[in-house]
Design a protein around this ligand. Structure first.
Ligand code: HEC
Ligand code: HEC
Length: 368
């Protein structure tokens, strides 16, 4: 019921948007609705209209990214062969499950053998540290052994974020094997539901055959990436953070206005609601701002569920642990003896701001 009502609302707002487009047709003649022109418009922004050209790889391989470990008490659950599949059920728990709830699409949270690739791509006339990053996340919702992945890499959800540290422009790309796993009306996907997505030789969204793989921007819009990617382009969950180091490192986080969502006006108010952060200036221990000493938290999942999970509440699929830093993973290396007095007030303040972001003391700052 709830899901139905939601999709109707989305439909209505889409129709209104259509009317506005017609009305202001000339001003918005570039408004892309298909993946190829969406990607082209993104590339124009990342390259500052071609003045700083980017060499983006024409095809992408999920296998280039390291496997996101699924462990119990720090020991990896074996996932080599199809026989190992019996160890992964909807009640399997693990130390660092993905924080995105994927349980509706498969066998619970602790699914093995997903991969995350992070790398920089060459861009002319741009300093090394500012060259664009892409993160390619290939998620399994079903069990697939390493053996079968070696022969035929397949996934259920392939998502990519391209981010320029130079101008902070951020583009979101998505392909779901079955849009129903994300509460989306099937007909809104550019594609029919299929068993699994190929993880090999994926055309880049910027290539001429991008439309053979990537969903159109209306699917991206409906998923509303900004709900979770709210104050920062990347979500550094403990699950993701396991592999985002060394050669596979995400860019350093910067405070303030370092995150501009490409196509945001077209994604609309539902996205803008989350594209913000709470700017509480006093970061002293024991105060509402203590958690904001190293990074921002946005009014979406960051200051809500994710903050709760970082502060003692078990995430779906998370193994209960006596290791304090696994149940209280913020700040990194937190000390059990001082945590309550230093951070409890800030966690409470963040949850209150999440419930009512307009409150004066939350100091919500829009990023757009
Ligand atoms: C309901 C919350 C949620 C939504 C909505 C969401 N994501 Fe994410 N995303 C996450 C979380 C959490 C992670 C970190 C991995 C994990 O713990 O699951 C993540 C990680 C990623 C990553 C890997 C790099 C990183 O940030 O760690 C990519 C790429 C990505 N998401 C793309 C997308 C795209 C594209 C969309 C919209 C089409 C989207 N996401 C929507 C929660 C979300
Ligand atoms: C000492 C610096 C520091 C402080 C203080 C800190 N964090 Fe973090 N936070 C990090 C780092 C580094 C990461 C990414 C790596 C990780 O998961 O360990 C992160 C990631 C997160 C994430 C994952 C999603 C995201 O935004 O990428 C959440 C949620 C979060 N922190 C909440 C909090 C909360 C709540 C507090 C207060 C209890 C807090 N942080 C205090 C450094 C800090």
């Amino acid at each position: 019921m709830k899901a139905q009502r939601k999709s109707k609302q989305v439909m209505i707002s889409t129709i209104c948007l259509g009317a506005v487009t017609l009305w202001s047709g000339l001003a918005h003649s570039q408004m892309p609705t298909d993946i190829k022109s969406y990607a082209q418009a993104c590339m124009n922004e990342l390259t500052e209209n071609g003045s700083k050209p980017i060499t983006f790889p024409p095809v992408l391989q999920c296998a280039d990214g390291p496997i996101l470990p699924i462990t119990q008490d720090s020991v990896a659950i074996p996932a080599q062969t199809s026989a190992d599949g019996s160890m992964f059920t909807d009640t399997t728990k693990c130390d660092r499950p993905p924080l995105l709830d994927i349980s509706s699409g498969g066998i619970g949270q602790c699914v093995p053998n997903s991969r995350l690739r992070v790398t920089q791509v060459p861009q002319t006339s741009v300093e090394a540290k500012d060259k664009p990053y892409y993160a390619l996340l290939c998620r399994n919702y079903q069990y697939r052994s390493l053996d079968s992945q070696a022969l035929n890499p397949e996934y259920d959800d392939v998502a990519m974020i391209v981010y320029s540290p130079l101008n902070h422009k951020t583009c979101f790309f998505q392909r779901l094997a079955n849009t129903q796993i994300r509460d989306l009306p099937q007909e809104k996907s550019a594609f029919a539901a299929i068993e699994a997505l190929p993880g090999k030789d994926i055309p880049s969204p910027f290539s001429s055959n991008a439309d053979t793989f990537w969903d159109n921007p209306d699917v991206v819009k409906r998923i509303n990436c900004a709900r979770c990617h709210d104050a920062n382009p990347f979500v550094r969950s403990p699950y993701a953070f396991q592999v985002t180091k060394d050669a596979n490192k995400l860019p350093n986080r910067t405070f303030g206005e370092a995150y501009a969502i490409f196509h945001l006006d077209q994604f609309g108010a539902e996205w803008k609601k989350y594209h913000a952060y709470f700017k509480i200036e006093d970061h002293s221990y024991g105060t509402p701002g203590a958690c904001l000493n190293c990074h921002n938290l946005g009014p979406g999942f960051s200051s809500g569920d994710f903050t709760e999970y970082s502060a003692g509440k078990l995430a779906p699929g998370q193994l209960d642990s006596t290791t304090f830093t696994l149940t209280h993973w913020m700040p990194p290396g937190a000390n059990k003896d001082t945590w309550e007095t230093r951070f409890r007030a800030s966690v409470k303040a963040m949850l209150a701001c999440n419930a009512d972001p307009a409150k004066d003391n939350c100091k919500r700052v829009d990023l757009h």
